[in-house]
Design a protein around this ligand. Sequence first.
Ligand SMILES: [Zn+2]
Length: 291
Amino acid sequence: MLLQRGILCALLLTLCSACTHGAAPVGRGKLVVATTISTLASLAQMVSGDRLDVVNLVPIGSSPEDYQPTPQNVARLRTARVLIENGAGLETWISHLVEGARNPLLHIVVCADGLPVKNGNPHLWMDPILARQYVRKIEIGLEQIDPSGRFFYRANLRRAVAQLARLDRSVRRKIETIPPPNRTMIVFHNAWQYYNDRYGIRTVGAIELSPGQEPSPRYLANLITLARQYRVRAIFAEPEYSPKLAQMLAENAGIQTVTNLYDDSLGNDPRIRDYVGLITYDTDIIVGALK
Ligand SMILES: [Zn+2]
């Protein structure tokens, strides 16, 4: 009898540790987590580990601001149990997509809700300190759809928070090597406000004020004046946008163009396939251009 009880206990312990150490709950496939952009998918994966399937809606290399959802996106949302979106006006197309999916089981996590949004700018995740708030919210969302995985998610959250704190310290140390007068940027689209505010870089201007809107010649002339006034060393853009305007502005201001920053989207390069890699890569590019 005692032996049988011992075997039962050992069996329960094994099952229990399988539940809390990442295996999918017994008797069904993995639950699906949908994310709107690939940078959020990476933050979600830090918490979900392999226990859940993270599927992303906006493909790598596409811009979420002017994204056109596809029927495949609707199908993905139909099977998902949780949707992780940024909010703060980034994904203007998402409510239409959610309505189309008609999925009563879908739990929605809006990462930027309750965080300090500046000037309607949705790119809060670019600040690793704010990204810690994102992973905390994601963890709460995952517990809600999969309570038996809570210890696994909480352990992953602790690791993610520590990793993001290390990332913050590393970025800070690197930016400190840039001479203070050089800490200025002109950007193509202003994904850099929160990052720049955190690390003491002045955003002198952005070429594109709102998604898809071409700047007027007068606005561009003003940016060239500002670039000279602040002795801006480079104009920064992302590969998903045409480099023409940034190059034209840089030529007129007599400075260099950097066209390989990543922010809304991860990249296919192995160095930028996750959030920590992306921030590290961008920081090295920025430091290299401003030093
Ligand atoms: Zn953006």
